[in-house]
Design a protein around this ligand. Structure first.
Ligand SMILES: O=C[C@H](O)[C@H](O)COP(=O)(O)O
Ligand SMILES: C=C(OP(=O)(O)O)C(=O)O
Length: 453
């Protein structure tokens, strides 16, 4: 990695091509000078990830697009600065690793493991303000922008929070790298956690057979003398929505190997449903960086839109470059997805199709909590698989909002969380996440779908 893309004026660099275009969902920073000072400081900081790592992930996602691997992306809706603790990071990672082992066995292909982690601090919102008891304030837009407390002071966007976002991301990545390479992620250990889950889960009996098969497979590999080192470490990548463009562009660096710009805020970044305007700043910025990228596609996406995204974001048809993260909702996926897949395939374009079964299934519980039904989440994944089966294309992976904690934010699942339980541990600052046991339930149920392919 060498120096930053620095010159904001007239160079055709990543920096100045997006900045003239309309950018959706940007905070109204009250002090432009303070923002510039923060951006300059961020530009002097080391990259959080390296271009070579992003390239390796691109290769892995190319395998996903070919149907030779499965992608698991998961983590918080909105990471928080207060949530950067060893316990919380470990619990999230543990949940993802447990899910990955089950999915790997069932899919019989490698599972590419990606966290919504170490950068998921910025949130697009449906409304730019929030009103409580007659008082209206700016909406909370994530810890990178403003505070969650409902006070005028907390809700003012503060660019210095972008520096904290960098630091929080760096600390998180540091720990994630330590956990995933230092022995914590040992597959035998992860499998033992799964056995505990199966033994203690209300739906455990249903999963017992699969857990026993995994156990026998591990014993077989050990008996064959598989190198224990291969069990000990895992490849793990960090992803987030590339939303706040001054931050993303300040962390864009030119790779000294290739002379190409990369977002170094995370290995993988995606464009959200609310910022995928083809003529907007986000699509422009993403078209310039060389990372593997995703774009969320909601139910209003037309087949021609999908082709236009391919032309703008992956004109060279680089394997692994682009994933379509489909978030139609359980009621729409069977109706809307086939036309997109057929059109893209008709053009001979190989993208990774990923199912986000969360964002199209949010509703308000009688208590006023934003929630999701576990059964809707599962049904959207089922619909996604059915469509791909029907068309002979590859269901490439899932992208879920989850936590390693026993929160009560989504209803249903093996432990049957009810509307009345939502008060108990509703901790998300934005959208409801699957808790630890619901996440594992989902992994075992998706494993059954993968086996029945
Ligand atoms: O995570 C996604 C979005 O930020 C979220 O769904 C928007 O939520 P809102 O409708 O409460 O603004
Ligand atoms: C905002 C998100 O999703 P979407 O853009 O699909 O609404 C998200 O994944 O955090």
């Amino acid at each position: 990695m060498s120096e930053a893309v620095r010159n904001p004026a007239g160079t055709g660099s990543v920096e100045d091509t997006w900045s003239a275009l309309p950018a959706g969902q940007q905070p109204e920073w009250p002090d432009a000078d303070a923002l510039s000072a923060v951006v300059s400081e961020l530009r002097s900081y080391p990259p959080l990830v390296f271009a070579g790592e992003a390239d390796l992930l691109k290769e892995r996602i190319a395998a996903v697009a070919r149907g030779e691997a499965f992608l698991l992306t998961g983590g918080d809706c909105a990471e928080t600065f207060a949530g950067v603790t060893a316990d919380a990071i470990r619990a999230k990672l543990k949940t993802l690793l447990q899910m990955a082992v089950v999915l790997t066995y069932a899919a019989s292909v490698p599972v590419v493991k990606v966290g919504r982690i170490a950068g998921q601090y910025s949130k697009p919102r449906s409304k730019s303000t929030e009103t409580r008891d007659g008082v209206t304030l700016p909406a909370y837009r994530g810890d990178s922008v403003n505070g969650f407390d409902f006070t005028p002071e907390a809700r003012i966007p503060d660019p210095r929070r972008l520096l904290r976002m960098y630091q929080a991301s760096a600390s998180t990545l540091n720990l994630v790298r330590a956990f995933t390479t230092g022995g914590y992620a040992d597959m035998r250990q992860v499998h033992a956690w799964n056995q505990d889950f199966v033994a203690g889960s209300p739906s455990g009996e249903r999963y017992e057979l699969l857990a026993k098969e995994i156990d026998r497979a591990l014993q077989f590999m050990r008996a064959c003398g598989t190198d224990p080192e291969e069990f000990r470490t895992v490849e793990f990548y960090a992803a987030h929505e590339g939303l706040v463009l001054p931050y993303e562009s300040a962390l864009t660096r030119v790779d000294s190997r290739t002379g190409q710009p990369y977002a170094t805020s995370g290995h993988y970044v995606w464009i959200g449903e609310r910022t995928r305007d083809l003529d907007g700043a986000h699509v422009e910025y993403f078209s310039r960086i060389r990372n593997p990228i995703g774009i969320k596609l909601g139910p209003s996406t037309t087949p021609d839109d999908a082709l236009a995204y391919l032309a703008r974001l992956d004109p060279e048809r680089e394997p692994g470059r682009l994933s379509f993260i489909v978030r139609m909702g359980a009621g729409m996926v069977r109706e809307k997805l086939p036309a997109l897949v057929e059109k893209v395939r008709g053009e001979g374009h190989e993208v990774a199709w990923i199912c986000d079964p969360m964002h199209g299934n949010t509703f308000e519980a009688p208590s006023g909590h934003k929630t999701r039904r576990f059964d809707d989440v599962l049904d959207e994944v089922k619909g996604f698989f059915e469509v791909h089966h029907g068309l002979g294309s590859h269901p490439g992976g899932i992208h879920v909002e989850l936590t390693g904690e026993d929160v009560t934010e989504c209803v249903g699942g093996g432990e049957e969380i009810a509307f009345g339980d939502l008060h108990d541990r509703y901790e998300t600052l934005c959208d409801p996440r699957l808790n630890r046991s619901q996440s594992l339930d989902l992994a075992f149920l998706v494993a059954e779908m993968l086996r029945n392919r």
